[in-house]
Design a protein around this ligand. Sequence first.
Ligand code: SF4
Length: 214
Amino acid sequence: MSLLGGVTKKPSSFIIDKLFKKIIEEKREHERKEDTYWVSDLVMCPQKRVYSLSFPELTFNLNINTITGTILHEGLEKMIKDIFGDQALVEEEVEKTVTIDNRTIRITGRPDVIIIDNNEKIPIEIKTVNGYSELPFEHHAEQLKVYLWLLGVRRGYLLYKLPEGFAEFVIEANVTDDDIIKYIKDGKKPRYDWECKYCPFATFCPYRVKTSKK
Ligand code: SF4
């Protein structure tokens, strides 16, 4: 006789509904504003920021890879927090301003984790990728460099989750206000050809390019 005799089995969404609501709420917290650049805005195609301000609903990307990446991300952040305790700040918002043509522009970002080591704030950025050969990706290193500028430090870490394991890189740079202003003024659309392949605005963007090796 089956040990499951008498047990009822029905599909349910008791947990899954709540999980999706939480992921959507977290995405809503990241609403864009005209005078504020996110760190990712500085290192990716500038046209994406323009479209994200006009069509925020198109930026919701809830495919399974994004969701799995988010869950893994939060798990790693929690483990790093457990290891470093009060020395680790998770998703702490940092902000700085620059002035361009008499306009004050705010740059804001949330490094995944900041480790405080001898009064130095060390940013750690976690990424999920599919292969090791091209690591660290240029746009990931650029993103970390903007965090170094925001925190006024010269060293940070990229932590990669790959299908076969993990990889880690230390990134060192001295980033100035002028470097940040150059990022903002850079009008290259897209910054990398492969961006269009993953872009939610590619169906109508006149600047999209078709070639993609990534
Ligand atoms: S389709 Fe390409 S050029 Fe257009 S916004 Fe997206 S990434 Fe930029």
